[in-house]
Design a protein around this ligand. Structure first.
Ligand SMILES: *[C@@H]1O[C@H](CO)[C@@H](O)[C@H](O)[C@H]1NC(C)=O
Ligand SMILES: *[C@@H]1O[C@H](CO)[C@@H](O)[C@H](O)[C@H]1NC(C)=O
Length: 199
């Protein structure tokens, strides 16, 4: 029994024609998709949605012996969609608040949408549980309280994408990494400037 049956000339040309047609259709589809994406991009000029800290307040800071820190903070984040014609959605939002690299609180949110040219507020008001500080953090806290300015680090990321009609963009990551500084004892922020960036 032969292992290989040569195709007749007619069969070969059929197969070649079929392959050529499929390739041509695929190529045209790819070109059309490219033109559509490019046109949407030019017409709508989507801007990357982002998250910013609109307001923060340190409402309580108990720092007693033996190096236990307890705080209460109000954090007002805003998810901004500056697109005039595209909706935005956010997911996997997760931020971590730290003092001197020691975790203080974790902030999360369920996925949500932001309408075009709009924003959505995420309000957090949380007391921390008592956090034991290590030697270096205790020294930093002593200095901070003497200076009257206490710093925390807020970092993390969210995934975001925009939607125009039925067209969804891929998901982008937007990263937040900033220092939140508070006057103590009044707890108001010092030069609050905290906006997420997409690389
Ligand atoms: C976008 O929002 C701003 C302020 O919220 C408003 O002044 C402006 O008219 C809005 N633009 C559109 C196209 O909706
Ligand atoms: C908080 O205290 C700082 C420094 O003492 C001061 O500059 C700031 O205006 C105060 N903020 C409020 C809201 O009172």
């Amino acid at each position: 029994m032969p292992a290989f049956v040569p195709a007749t000339p007619q069969q070969t040309s059929w197969a070649v024609w079929l392959a050529a047609i499929v390739c041509a259709v695929l190529a045209i589809a790819v070109i059309i998709a490219g033109i559509v994406v490019f046109a949407i991009y030019i017409i709508y000029q989507p801007k990357m949605p982002y998250i910013k800290v609109a307001y923060a307040h340190l409402s309580k800071l108990d720092y007693g012996q033996p190096g236990l820190l307890e705080i209460e903070m109000v954090l007002n984040l805003v998810a901004e969609n500056d697109n005039k014609k595209a909706h935005a959605s956010f997911s996997d939002l997760s931020f971590l608040l730290q003092f001197h690299r020691i975790d203080v609180a974790a902030l999360r949110a369920d996925p949500f949408d932001v309408a075009k040219n709009s924003s959505l507020e995420l309000d957090y008001h949380f007391p921390s549980s008592p956090i034991p500080l290590d030697q270096a953090a205790m020294e930093t806290m002593d200095v901070a309280l003497k200076r009257g300015v206490v710093s925390f680090d807020l970092s993390g990321h969210a995934r975001t994408r925009w939607r125009v009609g039925i067209f969804l963009s891929v998901k982008f990551r937007t990263y937040l990494s900033c220092e939140l500084r508070f006057f103590w004892p009044n707890g108001s922020t010092v030069n609050l400037d905290c906006i997420s960036k997409s690389p």
